[in-house]
Design a protein around this ligand. Structure first.
Ligand code: DHB
Ligand code: FE
Length: 280
């Protein structure tokens, strides 16, 4: 049977892709941020997942404002990125697993999560940059990747609670798949940031650190907040942190924190890395 072996989180900042492409990761501005991925890279090379389910939001590349699904699952065998306006260069295509995706889709719908299914899906920095931070930029990616897009862009946005419940359904979906696969769920986005308006540049370090601790040890805490409350505290784009709850819902109730790293500011964001492991 397929098994979820752990969960990862990462912010998904466009400038990260350019820093990697331009060999700037060891420069003073970037070094501490990228150092936060070292233990996660080591964990990945030790545990070698076969598949990573990347929970991210599309930022207008694949879905524009005229057509925004709440939850959309990639059901393809290949995913490509494209220029989305941040001068990000194309990277090697990502291999998917359409058969697993369709199984997940069927199971999620049976569990009353009526997701959109996408047999073609272009992936943006929200998907690509966390994978580059965890794996480096590869000519052939060492893991299959399945995109699961969550609308965090245009209201109405699903709640943190809904995302947490989706994670639980996702776990059931994966763990009812007959092939022996080692699966990791990666929640991207967040932590606090706001890119526009009077509060542009907002970062709340205390709230970010509290979210990281609670998502690992007491995820129900996070589900008490409405989206308005989360945006008031963490900024309009800080709402992306709800996607970490999808990852957390896919794990057991008690998890081991293998690695935790926080760095702020980087670009416009409070950036967090988590590696959580299910107890065997
Ligand atoms: C930044 C962060 C994001 O999540 C995003 O989608 C775009 C930009 C930033 O920090 O600059
Ligand atoms: Fe974003």
């Amino acid at each position: 049977m397929a098994r979820i072996i752990g969960g990862l989180t990462s912010s998904h900042i466009p400038a990260v892709g350019n820093a990697i492409a331009n060999n700037q990761t060891q420069e003073p501005y970037w070094k501490r941020f990228f150092d936060g991925y070292g233990p996660a890279q080591a964990w990945l090379s030790e545990h070698r997942p076969d598949v990573v389910i990347v929970v991210y939001n599309d930022h207008g590349l694949n879905f524009f404002l005229n057509n925004v699904p709440t939850f959309a699952l990639g059901c393809a065998d290949i995913y490509c990125n494209d220029d989305e306006g941040w001068a990000l260069k194309p990277v090697a295509p990502f291999q998917g697993d359409a058969q697993l995706s369709w199984h997940i889709a069927e199971s999620l719908v049976a569990q009353e999560f009526d997701i959109a299914t996408c047999q073609e899906m272009k992936v943006d920095h929200g998907f690509v940059n966390p994978l580059r931070a965890f794996y480096g930029t590869c000519d052939v990616w060492p893991v299959k990747a399945i995109p699961l897009a969550v609308n965090t862009v245009q209201h109405p946005v699903p709640t943190a609670l809904r995302c947490y419940k989706l994670g639980k359904a996702l776990r059931h979906a994966v763990e009812s798949y007959s092939e022996d696969l080692r699966v990791v769920v990666l929640g991207t986005g967040g932590l606090s940031h706001q890119l526009q308006g009077e509060r542009a540049g907002l970062i709340d370090v205390d709230f970010d650190l509290q979210c990281m601790e609670k998502i690992a040890n007491d995820p129900d805490w996070m589900t008490q907040f409405s989206n308005a409350e989360l945006m008031r505290r963490a900024g309009t784009e800080g709402i992306e942190t709800i996607m970490w709850l999808v990852m957390r819902g896919a794990l057991e109730s008690n998890v081991r924190i293998v690695h935790k790293h926080y760095h702020a500011p980087i670009s416009n964001t409070g950036a967090g890395v988590l590696v959580l492991e299910n107890y065997e």
